[in-house]
Ligand binder design. Sequence first.
Ligand SMILES: NC(=O)c1ccc[n+]([C@@H]2O[C@H](COP(=O)([O-])OP(=O)(O)OC[C@H]3O[C@@H](n4cnc5c(N)ncnc54)[C@H](O)[C@@H]3O)[C@@H](O)[C@H]2O)c1
Length: 377
Amino acid sequence: MTGQPVRIGVVGGGLMGKELLALTRRWDALVDHPSRPEVVALADPSPGVQQWWRQAGVATVTDDYRLLLDDPGIDVLYLAVPHDVHERLYLDAVSARKDFLGEKPFGIDLGAATRIVAAIDDSDCFVRVSSELPFFPGAQRAAGLVRDGVLGEVLEVRSGLLHSSDLDRDKPGNWKRRKATCGEIGVMGDLGMHAAHLPLRLGWMPRTVYALLDDVVRTRPGADGAPVPCDTWDNAVLALTVDVPDRRFPMLWETKRIAPGQSNTWFFEAYGMDGGVRFSTRSPQTLQRFGMVDGEQAWSEVQPGHRSVWPTVTGAIFEFGFPDALLQMWAVFLGERAGRLEGGFGTATPHEALASHRVFAAALRSHDTGTAVELPA
Ligand SMILES: NC(=O)c1ccc[n+]([C@@H]2O[C@H](COP(=O)([O-])OP(=O)(O)OC[C@H]3O[C@@H](n4cnc5c(N)ncnc54)[C@H](O)[C@@H]3O)[C@@H](O)[C@H]2O)c1
C-alpha cells in the first residue's frame, strides 16, 4: 500500500485516543491517501489505560508525555486529555515544534485558548481541532447546499449536540462534571465545538449571545460510592444573532447532557426565504430539503449515501456511521497536512476554536447579568 508513513504519538489514551488507534487500522478504506499513519506511542498516567494500549501492540507506552514531544521519530501528536491539561500540553507541543490534532474545547477557557492560538500562530506547526460530526455526508451535503445559495435570505440557523446518559443520577461523576477539570463553561466545553464548527465555517459568527444555562444534577457517586460535587452546567442553550446586511438573524446552539431520548444526536438546520436544509445523526442516511415545488411548500428527502470528503472503497449505497466520521476527520487532517486537501472541507481550525470560546465566555457573562452580551464585529 502507498502513502508516506506518519508516526503518531497519542497523549491521553481514553475514549478518544482508542478511537484513533482503531481507525488507523482501517486506513485502507481510504482511496489514494498521501499518508499512512501508525500509532507508535502512548503517554497516559493511568495503569489500566496503559495496559489496554500494550495489549493493542503499541510499542512505546509511558506516563510522561515529554518523551513523545522530544522523540524526533514522532511526526504528529493526538492530544486527547482533560481540559485542565490542554494549555500546558498544547503549548509544550508547540515549543517542541510538533504538528498535532488537539481535542476541543482547545483550552479550558478563553484565556487558555487565546494563549494556545497565539503560540500556534507564531510557529510553523500544522495544528487542527477535533470535530468529526460535520463529516457525515448529510452534513456535508447540507453545507454544500447552503454554500450554493439555496436558502436565499437567511431566516434562522440551529445546531447542536444532545446527550442523555446524564439522566441516570447514579452515573458516576468524572472530570467532565467538575469545573476545575472541565472548565467554567461546563457542557459548552464538552459539546460546544460540535455546535459551532459548521456555522462558523459557513461564516456565521455570532454578534450577540443570550445564554440559558442549567445545572441540574449537583452530585454524583464518586469512586467509593459517596456523593461528589458535580458543579458544571449540564445544559446550555445559546440564543445568538448573526449580522447580515440591514438585519440580524437568530441562531441557536444547543449543547445538552440531559436531553431525554437523545443518545448522541448532532444536528444542523438552516432556513431561508427560498429554501431550507435539515440533517440529524438520528436519521443519518437522510437529509431533508425544503423548497417551493409548483408554487407549493415542499420538504423532500435526499439520501446522500456514503459519499465522503475523502473518497473510500465503501460503495456509495452503504450506510455511514460515527467511526466513518472520525476516519474522515483524520483523513482530511493528514491530507491537508500533506498539501492534498484541494479545497475540500477541512478539519476545524484553532481560530474557529478560539471564536467558539469567545461565544462561550460571553454566554457565562450573559448568564451572570441576565442580559444579551455583544461580541466585537
Ligand atoms: N471529538 C469528540 O467527539 C470527543 C468526544 C469525547 C471527548 N472529546 C475530548 O477529548 C478529550 C479527552 O476526552 P476523553 O473522553 O477521551 O476522556 P477520557 O477521560 O476517556 O480520557 C482522557 C485520558 O487522558 C489521560 N490523562 C490525564 N492527564 C494526562 C496527562 N497529564 N498526560 C497524559 N494523559 C493524561 C487520562 O488518564 C485518560 O486516560 C477532551 O478534550 C474531550 O473534550 C472529544
